[in-house]
Design a protein around this ligand. Structure first.
Ligand code: WTA
Length: 633
């Protein structure tokens, strides 16, 4: 059995052991899984190249560990509960046995369509059980899934399909989200028409059955194929270091990059972290509200819980539909024991109904989690009091797409909680704070750049098709450290508080958005010379997007121009990247070497116009007054 820490002493002991003997520590965890063949080397690592390999020589299939392994003891236990978009619709349940059968049928479909080990499959799906089934089906046959959040535009989808040269796209006809019914197959068609030559087939799951365009050369209905397949499928034998999936995420420069996770290490770490952070016990009902298009959905709706043999819930809808009580209603209805959501949802629900949770029976909750962005103090206390109610502590979990799993978090009932603190590293994780020169800050009460100095099993291995980018992004800033891009503080007791990104990534409603990506999109507008995008504090979203746009000619109708900018961003990235504020300017502040001085733009966006610092070194210091005068509240 995977280690499940039960006391503070055990945590301290495990932590010490994991630092003194990391290989022994992780080998012990890995041994609890089913391997076709055991590894010969626990860890090989070099953070310079970088080159990290865990459990080399080991052969496995993650779906055997998610599904087959549980059949003997938990075959009839519910693996997935699905809660529909509409509250009045019945929920669906899949037992472990049923889920395995469905996964095998889908895996056989993929095979019948010519999908082979190593092929990349792109997903553009709503939150329905079939997304989980198809992801596991890929893993069953060694195909690599690349899930794209279904809120991204056709352009963004096409970029990701091309980068990974996906052979197939799996989507639905329509995607229901709250009151909306979005024709997603149309988005896929449009993306494919943008030169996605690698795509041979599109597998379409019928949700609402609305009208779709059909190209019988490439389109296949799920119900016409999957349902006719055998429910037996031999798992592909995978090396521990074979790729399991690609997930695109934004960085500070250029286009989103495909973070690569591999089979063995990811399996060991997601199961281990799930069991410890949520203190999952057999029979519990666990619910993570994330979308499977993000890493949280991969690690803590799908893989972590299924590896641990848990009952995991998937929710198709959105927090405010039909009203601000939906989450609490679902918790009551299914007697949810562990609930995991994002600060942006907490803030929105808090604003929509301060007393709303009081109407529901939340007494089954044992742990409530937060992830994706810093949680502010007010939201933390509201969540603690109205939802946790003294019996369910908050786990403020810090991690990233690149880390694969939770690295810093309180352990519920074991370590204490402190508002806004992600607290302590899990055993096996060695965080450090560095100063700007790369010197480790010793002791407590310090603030610096958050890095990790030793690998854990689910650290990213590369960025797809571009290893150099992985090196420069994460391993080049400070030699022999993994650099997270976050700043953090360590308090007097050694707890970590994450402050936020120190690079040009903004975190909008828990979604990572690169300022360069938004600028590239805005610059596609023919009337724009250049633009600069920064984040600013936003009550609900955490951070909002503030864009400074320099047009070619004087803008006559500013509102019309702003609408066009929003449209161009929606077209190139998706609605999640739309700027909240657009300031039209005649100049952007530049350094003498021609670089945009973002510090000034950030301060103006934050409303701190009296803290601009020295602006005399600018090439065009005269622009500052104009920028200040035009600043948007
Ligand atoms: C931020 C999401 C504060 C952080 C799992 C990180 C957090 C980025 C927290 C990764 C937290 C995530 N407190 N900030 N508990 N969790 N972040 O890749 O800036 O979508 O670098 O992964 O979210 O976002 P990603």
């Amino acid at each position: 059995m995977t280690l499940q820490i039960k006391s503070l002493e055990q945590y301290q002991e495990a932590y010490k052991n994991s630092v003194e003997n990391p290989e022994g520590f992780w080998a012990e965890q890995a041994e609890t899984f089913t391997w076709f063949e055991k590894w010969h080397t626990v860890l090989h690592h070099d953070f310079v190249t970088p080159d990290v390999r865990w459990f080399e020589g080991g052969k496995l299939n993650i779906t055997v560990n998610c599904l087959d392994r549980h059949i003997a003891t938990k075959g009839d236990q519910t693996a997935i509960i699905w809660e529909a978009n509409e509250a009045f619709e019945p929920s669906k349940r899949y037992t472990y046995k049923q889920l395995l059968a469905e996964v095998n049928k889908c895996a056989n479909t993929l095979k019948a369509q010519g999908v082979k080990k190593g092929d990349r499959i792109c997903f553009y799906m709503p939150m329905i059980p079939e997304v989980a089934i198809a992801m596991l089906a890929c893993a069953r046959i060694g195909a690599i899934h690349s899930v794209v959040f279904a809120g991204f535009s056709a352009n963004a989808l096409a970029d990701r399909i091309k980068d990974a040269e996906c052979k197939m796209v799996i989507c639905s006809d329509y995607n229901r989200r709250g009151p909306k019914n979005i024709p997603v197959k149309d988005v896929v068609d449009e993306a494919i028409s943008m030169g996605c030559a690698s795509v041979e087939k599109v597998l379409v799951y019928k949700t609402t059955g609305g009208k779709v365009n059909w190209n019988s050369n490439i389109d296949i209905w799920w119900h016409e194929t999957v349902d006719t397949m055998s429910d037996q499928c031999e798992p592909e034998v995978m090396d521990a270091e074979d790729m399991l999936f690609i997930l695109y995420t934004s960085g500070s420069t250029g286009k989103p990059k495909g973070v690569v996770h591999t089979c063995g290490g990811y399996m060991v770490y997601t199961c281990y972290s799930f069991k410890n952070v949520f203190q999952y016990q057999d029979g519990d009902i666990y619910w993570c509200t994330a979308d499977v298009g993000w890493i949280t959905g991969h690690s803590y709706i799908l893989y972590g819980p299924l590896l641990a043999g848990a009952t995991t819930m998937m929710f198709e809808g959105v927090p405010g539909h039909p009203d601000a009580g939906r989450f609490w209603h679902v918790c009551e209805k299914h007697r949810v024991n562990q609930f995991y959501t994002a600060p942006t949802a907490i803030r929105a629900l808090m604003a929509a109904g301060w007393h709303e949770p009081e109407k529901y029976d939340l007494s089954y909750l044992k742990v409530i989690g937060s992830v994706g962005e810093p949680i502010n103090e007010e939201a933390w206390h509201w969540y603690d009091e109205k939802v946790g109610r003294g019996h369910a502590p908050i786990v403020d979990t810090w991690w990233q797409t690149e880390t694969g799993g939770i690295l810093i978090t309180p352990l519920p009932g074991i370590t204490d909680t402190k508002p806004c603190f992600a607290s302590y590293p899990l055993p096996g994780v060695q965080p450090v704070l560095l100063d700007a020169n790369g010197v480790e800050l010793e002791g407590n009460n310090v603030e610096g750049l958050l890095c990790v100095k030793f690998p854990w099993p689910s650290i990213l291995r590369t960025t797809y098709g571009d290893h150099e980018r992985c090196r420069t992004n994460y391993f080049a800033a400070f030699k022999n450290y993994y650099f997270t891009g976050d700043g953090a503080k360590r308090d007097e007791d050694g707890r970590y508080r994450i402050i936020g990104r120190v690079d040009d990534v903004i975190n909008v409603s828990g979604h990572r958005i690169g300022t360069a990506e938004v600028e590239d999109a805005i610059d596609q507008h023919s009337g724009v010379v250049e633009s600069a995008v920064v984040g600013y504090p936003h009550d609900i979203k955490g951070q909002g997007i503030y864009a400074y746009v320099k047009p070619h000619h004087e803008v006559v109708d500013a509102e019309h121009f702003r609408r066009e900018i929003l449209a161009v961003v929606t077209k190139h990235i998706g609605p999640i990247a739309k700027p909240d504020k657009i300031q039209i300017v005649t100049q952007l502040p530049k350094t003498r070497s021609g670089k945009i001085m973002r510090r000034i733009l950030r301060k103006i966006a934050e409303g701190q116009t009296d803290q601009l610092g020295d602006t005399s070194t600018l090439l065009n210091p005269e622009c500052v007054e104009e920028l200040k005068a035009g600043a948007l509240e």
